[in-house]
Design a binder for this molecule. Structure first.
Ligand SMILES: [Zn+2]
Ligand SMILES: [Zn+2]
Length: 63
């Protein structure tokens, strides 16, 4: 008898980084998605990018 791992059925995909997270809830996924720093214009993920570089990038859309 084979067990189908339940995590495959419960995996959720981050809509930003498109990583799959097995066995988390929608709430936990929401926390993960909120933890990303995203450009509000092109939704580029700027995690780990320096604040000034991030701001320069965002401002570059406004010119
Ligand atoms: Zn993500
Ligand atoms: Zn951008």
């Amino acid at each position: 008898m084979s067990l189908t791992p339940l995590v495959y059925m419960l995996s959720l995909e981050c809509r930003h980084c498109h990583e799959w997270f097995p066995g988390i809830t929608q709430d936990e996924l929401g926390l993960h998605e909120d933890s990303h720093r995203l450009c509000p214009y092109c939704t580029l993920i700027c995690d780990g990018v320096e604040q000034t570089i991030f701001e320069d990038h965002v401002f570059s859309h406004e010119v």
